[in-house]
Design a binder for this molecule. Sequence first.
Ligand SMILES: C[S@@+](CC[C@H](N)C(=O)[O-])C[C@H]1O[C@@H](n2cnc3c(N)ncnc32)[C@H](O)[C@@H]1O
Length: 275
Amino acid sequence: MPDSRSQTTAGLPTRIDTSVAHEARVYDYWLGGRDNYPADRALADAIATHIPAIKTMARANRAFLGRAVDYLTREAGIDQFLDIGTGIPTAGNTHEVAQRLNPAARVVYVDNDPIVLAHARALMSSRAEGRTAFIHADLHDPAGILRDDSLGATLDLTQPVAIMLVAIMMYFRDEDNPHGIIKNLLDVVPSGSYLVITHPTADFDEQAMSRVAGAAEQAGITFHPRSHAETEALFAGTDLIAPGVVPVVTWHPTPGEEPADPESAWYWAGIGRKP
Ligand SMILES: C[S@@+](CC[C@H](N)C(=O)[O-])C[C@H]1O[C@@H](n2cnc3c(N)ncnc32)[C@H](O)[C@@H]1O
């Protein structure tokens, strides 16, 4: 039986409130999942009126996550992942992609949504040779994540780690100190570690994105798209690997697949390496 565990940070709500929309459940709806409620679907559908291709875009973001983990495992020799803003488990979770290539890979998942906590068991289906853990915690308090016992019990922080911030930093305004939060995380991992970010952007259609931000804010969810330059700035302290910060569908596309229209998904994506 693999040594896997789940931990909740003191004070974080564990009750699932279905009366208001939640980020994880809205995204789950777009990905075709079943863990969403009327309030989530109402916001998801309102956003789809402004961006009809939103489901395709969410899937393109998710597909990037798989390619990024594949690249890091296969090409960069990474076998430890800290995946913050995990989302509701779905096909191609980080440990599944990594352990397919390296059964000994270890993954710590972090999410603040109680519904992700409720599904944490699916994230802990680790191969016996590897290990996974789930920490129910909030990225606004990176120190809380870093001092959680499950982190040190699962990852060896003297060895390189890939920090995954895939489709989460848009919930942080500049005043929430996203740069400081990312720096805190990078400071505890050694040289040779990686930082993975995707970020929705208004660069492709400013009006549509501003309506989406408005709909999200009305539902009580912070949604702060960032430009190419702003997304690139989140990689401070790392060296971007080729091709840099690019439209999510064009980052290391799967060989043999038809090239996608770069503007078909409005996310920037990149991977940086800590020197
Ligand atoms: C859009 S989903 C992305 C899921 C996955 N990373 C992916 O790209 O497929 C964003 C996730 O971030 C989580 N999240 C949002 N704000 C967070 C915070 N402050 N701390 C931890 N998790 C957060 C949400 O609960 C949700 O599960």
